[in-house]
Design a protein around this ligand. Structure first.
Ligand code: ADP
Ligand code: MG
Length: 291
C-alpha cells in the first residue's frame, strides 16, 4: 500500500501547479542525478523575434518574408509565429497548398504556385539545395528557398527565461550532478545558452529521435541506475518520445500537445524551470516523512 504522506506530497505539489502522476515519480524526483533540458521554449522563452532579413539572388526582403510567413501559416512552432508576426499581413489560406512540417527541419509548402522551403541547413541538405554560407552572428538562421533557388535567410532571436539561471544554480545546490542541454537548434546558439547558464554539457542539431538516443546514452553511462535517475524537461513540442524515455519525463507549460501531456510523468503548469526545483524539494520532503 502507498503510505499516506505520498498523497500529501502529491497534493502539495498540485497546489503549486505541479502534477505528479504517481508516488513512484516522487521517489525518482528525489533521486535525480541528471537533468536534461530542451532549449527552445524550456530554458528560453520560445518567443522569437525577427531581427534581420537578408535576401539573396535578387530577391527582395519583403518577398522573402512574405514567402516564409505564408509557408509557415499552419505551423504552431514559435519560429513560425515570429515570422508571421514580423510579416504582419493577413495570409490568404487558399494560396497555401501541400503544407508539410518536417520536425527538426522546417517547412515545405506551395505558395501561389511556388514551392517554398523555410528551415535550417538540414532541410536544405535534405532537399539538395546548395546555399552560400551565411554569416549569422546572433540568433537562429532560417533559410528560404523559392522554386529551388536560394532566396535568403531570416534571423530570429530568442531569450533565456528570467528564472533559468537561478533554477540551474539551485539544482546544483540540491545535488543534481549533471545538467545538460539538448536542442535541434544550431551548435553556436546552443553553446551560448549553455555558457550563459553554466550547464555541464550541450548537444545541438539533434532530431527528436536523436534526443531519445542521447537520453539512452546518459542512462547507460550511470554507475548506479537504481538510485540515479534522469529527468528530461521539455515544452511539449515534438518532445513526447524523449519525455517517455526519461525516468522522469517533465512537460513544462500548458502548451504541450495531448500526446506530450499524456506521455509526461510530471506536468509543470507554469512556464518556469524553477518549478522543477520546487518539485524536487517537495519530493525530498515527502520521502523523508515516509521513511
Ligand atoms: P528545439 O530542440 O530547440 O526545441 P526544434 O526541434 O523544435 O528545436 O527545432 C529545431 C530546429 O528545426 C529549429 O531551430 C529550426 O532550425 C528548425 N525548425 C523546426 N520547426 C521549424 C519551422 N516551423 N520553421 C522553420 N524552421 C523550423
Ligand atoms: Mg522544443
Amino acid at each position: 500500500s502507498v503510505p499516506l504522506s505520498y498523497f500529501g506530497g502529491l497534493g502539495g505539489a498540485s497546489r503549486r501547479g505541479i502534477l505528479v502522476k504517481g508516488a513512484s515519480f516522487l521517489e525518482a524526483l528525489a533521486r535525480l542525478h541528471t537533468v536534461v533540458f530542451d532549449k527552445t521554449g524550456t530554458l528560453t522563452r520560445g518567443v522569437f523575434r525577427v531581427t534581420k532579413v537578408v535576401p539573396y539572388n535578387g530577391f527582395r526582403e519583403e518577398e522573402v518574408l512574405a514567402a516564409a510567413a505564408s509557408a509557415e501559416v499552419y505551423s504552431t512552432h514559435p519560429i513560425a509565429q515570429s515570422i508571421r508576426e514580423a510579416y504582419g499581413k493577413e495570409i490568404p489560406l487558399e494560396e497555401v497548398k501541400d503544407f508539410q512540417e518536417i520536425p527538426g527541419h522546417g517547412i515545405s509548402a506551395v505558395v501561389e504556385g511556388r514551392r517554398v522551403l523555410a528551415g535550417n541547413d538540414r532541410l536544405l541538405h535534405r532537399e539538395g539545395i546548395p546555399h552560400e554560407i551565411c554569416n549569422i552572428e546572433e540568433g537562429t538562421g532560417i533559410h528560404v528557398v523559392l522554386d529551388g533557388v536560394y532566396a535568403g535567410y531570416i534571423i530570429i532571436s530568442d531569450e533565456i527565461r528570467p528564472d533559468a539561471k537561478e533554477a540551474i544554480f539551485k539544482l546544483k545546490e540540491l545535488g543534481v550532478q549533471r545538467i545538460i542541454l539538448l536542442t535541434g537548434d544550431q551548435e553556436r546558439v546552443a553553446r551560448l545558452v549553455a555558457q550563459k547558464l553554466g550547464l555541464d554539457a550541450y548537444f545541438a542539431e539533434l532530431l527528436p529521435e536523436g534526443k531519445v538516443k542521447k537520453v539512452e546514452e546518459l542512462q547507460a553511462a550511470l554507475l548506479n541506475p537504481d538510485k540515479q535517475k534522469i529527468a528530461f524537461v521539455g515544452d511539449g513540442l515534438n518532445d513526447a518520445p524523449v519525455i517517455m524515455r526519461a525516468d522522469v519525463g517533465v512537460a513544462m507549460g500548458g502548451l504541450g500537445s495531448d500526446a506530450t501531456l499524456q506521455a509526461a510523468d510530471v506536468v509543470l503548469m507554469e512556464d518556469a524551470p524553477s518549478k522543477l526545483v520546487t518539485a524536487i524539494t517537495i519530493a525530498r520532503w515527502t520521502i523523508r516523512i515516509v521513511r
